[in-house]
Design a protein around this ligand. Structure first.
Ligand SMILES: NC(=O)c1ccc[n+]([C@@H]2O[C@H](COP(=O)([O-])OP(=O)(O)OC[C@H]3O[C@@H](n4cnc5c(N)ncnc54)[C@H](OP(=O)(O)O)[C@@H]3O)[C@@H](O)[C@H]2O)c1
Length: 276
């Protein structure tokens, strides 16, 4: 895509950065010699050798040589990384951040205040290209820049633009949600084991059940309650299980999990500051 030839990933040797780099390479969106990846240690960069990307420990040189900078370090490193390289950021670049609980305004200020910012919230399923990523962006971001960001995260799954006021809820549901789903898979599999299924069969089945149910919701567009009714025969076995889930509080527990994770993201967002 013209204007976005050179992309630098600050912290790109980590889990999220690498998922994006691999996705871009596999889809042929950017050639390996146009991708620069930084990390804190040479050892981490060494693990990227097979990808053929440019690697460096010098974040500011990577920023200076890029059209697009993707920030993929942990929240405690985000503002120090940006402020250290603020002089290298330009107005004609695009800064994209995947950092949890860090607002567009803080990111933009730390990067010198001249560079347009897109803030994204992907999830761990980006590593298998099945993320659902929410995106928000500052008013200065052009349609072309937004289209590039959508294309970038599109290589690792679904992309949903949202208003920034929803980003903490997107963290609580979209980014923390896979962990909640892993708990569900683990517990469903244990239910199968309790009923005598071999562990490998039970785990595979539990994961497949969640995947199948998710595909049905996404592909049919039906409300989950309608799909649940379709598989719940009156007087059959499923309604007994549903009644037990209600009795033990699964629905309210899931709602509460998203709520507390969202509130924690808001607290972290409020406590992160440029003086870090
Ligand atoms: N993982 C998720 O599910 C997920 C979901 C949504 C958002 N996020 C966000 O994505 C970001 C990255 O998460 P992750 O899971 O990919 O973390 P990670 O695997 O720990 O990767 C972080 C990377 O940042 C590098 N790094 C740290 N300080 C640096 C510095 N000063 N300069 C250059 N590189 C530096 C580290 O290098 P070394 O390897 O050399 O230490 C590491 O490769 C976080 O802000 C997180 O909140 C993650």
């Amino acid at each position: 895509m013209s204007g976005f030839e050179r992309v630098a990933f600050i912290g790109g040797a980590g889990m999220m950065g690498r998922a994006l780099v691999e996705g871009l390479l596999q889809e042929g969106v950017i050639a390996a010699d146009k991708l620069t990846v930084t990390a804190r240690s040479g050892k981490s960069l060494g693990r990227l050798e097979s990808l053929g990307v440019i690697t460096t420990l010098d974040n500011c040189a990577a920023v200076a040589n890029a059209d697009v900078v993707v920030l993929a370090v942990h929240p405690d490193q985000a503002l120090p990384c940006l402020t250290a390289c603020a002089a290298a950021f330009r107005p004609d670049q695009l800064l994209i951040s995947v950092v949890t609980a860090m607002s567009v305004a803080k990111l933009r200020r730390a990067a010198g205040g001249r560079t347009p910012v897109v803030r994204a919230m992907p999830n761990i399923a980006a590593t298998v290209r099945a993320s659902v990523t929410t995106l928000t962006f500052g008013t200065e971001v052009t349609e072309e820049q937004l289209a590039f960001a959508v294309q970038l995260f599109g290589v690792v799954g679904d992309v949903i633009p949202v208003d920034e006021k929803h980003l903490n809820a997107c963290t609580g549901l979209g980014a923390c949600g896979p962990a909640f789903a892993f708990k569900m898979i683990e517990s469903l599999a244990e239910g199968g084991v309790k009923m005598g299924l071999p562990r490998d069969v039970s785990r595979r089945m539990a994961a497949g059940v969640l995947r199948g149910a998710a595909e049905l919701v996404l592909k049919t567009g039906k409300h989950p309650a309608e799909l649940k009714d379709e598989v719940t025969t009156p007087g059959g076995c499923t309604i007994d299980g549903i009644a037990k889930l209600e009795e033990r509080g699964l629905p309210i527990a899931l709602i509460a999990a998203v709520e507390v994770s969202t509130r924690k993201a808001a607290e972290l967002d409020a406590s992160a500051d440029i003086e870090q």
